[in-house]
Write a protein of this length. Structure first.
Lengths: 379, 379
């Protein structure tokens, strides 16, 4: 990972802004800039230096991992040490989308010196560099490899929780560092809930089984969804599956550097509209992924309140409250971004279908990273 | 769960404060007050009413789950809908420890009307009601049951990731809803890192194996740590184990309603000091648990910067930056609180030992909820 290049890009932005320093408190951003993978740290970036604070548990790890910043392990709290080090700065750039009001006030002794910098680092992170692309590719391939093996283990009567257990065991066995998010394994009518968690429901023939899961490798996330059927799929499932697949293929076909995210979203939605299923597609079309499972860009209509199919509980609000579409410039895909394309149809009481791949944006179109086939699997 | 009683307690506090309303944005607090278990919601509590907003994915779930508040599923963003509903309030109580600066500004149109309310709901949540106690007890017993079965599966040469996989599979099989946190399985020298994640290291005889894991049941977390040895433990491991066990027993013996948390922490530390191991005990002694894996009270010395053995990445800062001990009144345990007691000793390059139980605070002392024995297991 080229931490020096990342820090240099950030410093250009810092210099342009005229701010004397930026306080980085969002841990994935700290990891992106320094390589530190622990759970407690603050990073302060000046135009000509950077300082990093963590606590005693991470003395050894910080020494090994952190690049491009002077490491301090204070005796007291790391917030107090950072607050002291930035005391003389008249203005301090902060990540206002992540930093709580209380912690901002404590770090800066009030908010007078605070200057929200928007999503500088998130914007950098949206375009993946080669090492990041390789890491995501590895995670995606690991997760896809496990999918095929899991399919061979499915039997009627197996509970959702057991399938989730086997899935997660296999991800671990294959070398996964951990899950990218709580796995979704939803059988029958449960698959109509885009956010279902594995429960006691057992696999029955001729019902949809929706799987949505991801693994972490070298800190980077994978994400994939497939919907399969134990035994022959009834006509309605076949029809809905075909529509969702066509929608997903249309979304992928629309992906290209320079294309508005809203155009990709509409490509998926238009197919479902023709099939009279658009009202059952209740979430956004996709999202970037990397060190976090949800990163910019969000693939959705401009100004749409639609959320991802899954959402990390307690995650920070990413969208502005009620900003009309006209006020914000259109968001366009850029070469090197890596995003999911995951339309779904959810019919209450019956079930749902979602198909999700990870794709990389190139000037010529989408490069599909997920190798798992997408024709309807009837087990 | 007695949601009405919880809301009533909160309203007493709201009336005492003179604030016209409290905006609740921290999802575990929303779950605590209304029962809603989804990943996107806002709750506004007035002295005489409450309103709840979520998005289209949760229409059905909110209808089923939410108690004591009028549910709205707006067409636009839920933040915008909540912002509109509280527009006329001159002052608005907010959870400043969780709400990001950016979102606070968007919800309130600036910060002029914002009033930080401190940890009102966290303080309520620290004392568990009977239904919560039962839920935590069930989660703790499920996790303990799995421990014994896992012990019978351990073999030399097994990788940490495989052990974690088996453990997590068994937790799922036993009915767990999910993990309470990323499991720790650390063999040999890796056990010296209190925050170790399972990796490629394989089990070798005569080395410590540290396990720290938790499961979720009905939304409530369990948490337990044990350190075992494959084959006969060498004398140093036996000595350190005995010291940590004595420390843990001393901590539990110190637990009683009305006792300062610092006294419990010191009870653990004093034992390790006598064994000349205190400097290797680098984290706090314990923490409350419930809907979140780390909740108040923190069992630590007053003003101590020591963090829990594990820490949720990206979690909000709970402690004040650099508040000297003298300024804050001592924190005392209360009847009905449920906390972990988990001293540990970590010797770089050699390994570590941690022993952790969940206990309930009563007027007569600690009630130990974790049934798993604590004598050194040599497999």
């Amino acid at each position: 990972m080229d931490y020096a290049a990342r820090m240099q890009t950030l410093r250009h932005r810092l210099r342009d802004s005229g701010l004397p320093l930026l306080l980085v408190t969002h841990l994935p951003n700290i990891r992106y800039l320094t390589g530190f993978s622990g759970s407690a740290a603050i990073l302060a970036v000046w135009p000509d230096k950077a300082r990093f604070w963590s606590d005693g548990r991470y003395r050894e790890q910080a020494r090994i991992e952190v690049r491009g910043a002077r490491v301090t392990i204070p005796r007291g709290s790391i917030d107090a040490a950072a607050a002291e080090a930035i005391r003389s700065a008249r203005r301090v750039g902060i990540e206002s989308g992540y930093l709580s009001l209380q912690r901002a006030e404590q770090l800066l002794g009030g908010l007078r010196r605070a200057r929200a910098v928007g999503n500088w680092i998130e914007a950098q992170r949206a375009v993946k560099d080669p090492a990041e692309t390789a890491a995501i590719r590895s995670a995606v391939e690991l997760a896809s490899g496990v999918f095929g093996r899991l399919m061979r283990q499915l039997r009627p009567g197996m509970a959702e929780t057991e399938i989730a257990g086997r899935l997660e065991f296999a991800l671990r066995q294959a070398g996964g560092e951990g899950l990218a998010f709580d796995s979704i394994v939803a059988a029958g009518p449960n698959s109509a809930l885009p956010h279902a968690h594995p429960g006691k429901r057992r696999l029955k023939p001729h019902e949809p089984l929706l799987l949505d899961y991801g693994v972490r490798l070298a800190g980077y996330c994978s994400d994939m969804s497939r919907t399969v059927c134990l035994g022959k799929a009834p006509p309605r499932l076949r029809e809905i599956y075909a529509a969702v697949l066509e929608s997903q293929l249309a979304g992928i076909a629309a992906v290209r550097a320079g294309v508005e995210v809203a155009v990709v979203d509409e490509a998926c939605r238009a197919v479902l509209r023709r099939a009279r299923l658009a009202k059952y597609f209740v979430h956004s079309t996709g999202h970037g992924l990397g060190l976090e499972i949800h990163e910019p860009p969000r693939i959705a209509a401009a100004g749409s309140p639609r959320r991802p199919a899954r959402q990390k509980p307690g995650g920070p609000a990413r969208r502005r409250a009620a900003a009309p579409a006209a006020e914000t410039p259109p968001v366009c895909l850029e070469t090197g971004q890596i995003v999911t394309i995951e339309p779904g149809v959810y019919i209450p009481g019956w079930g749902g279908v979602r198909i999700e791949d990870v794709v990389r944006v190139t000037p010529r179109g989408a490069e599909i990273l997920t190798p798992t086939p997408k024709s309807l699997i009837e087990l």
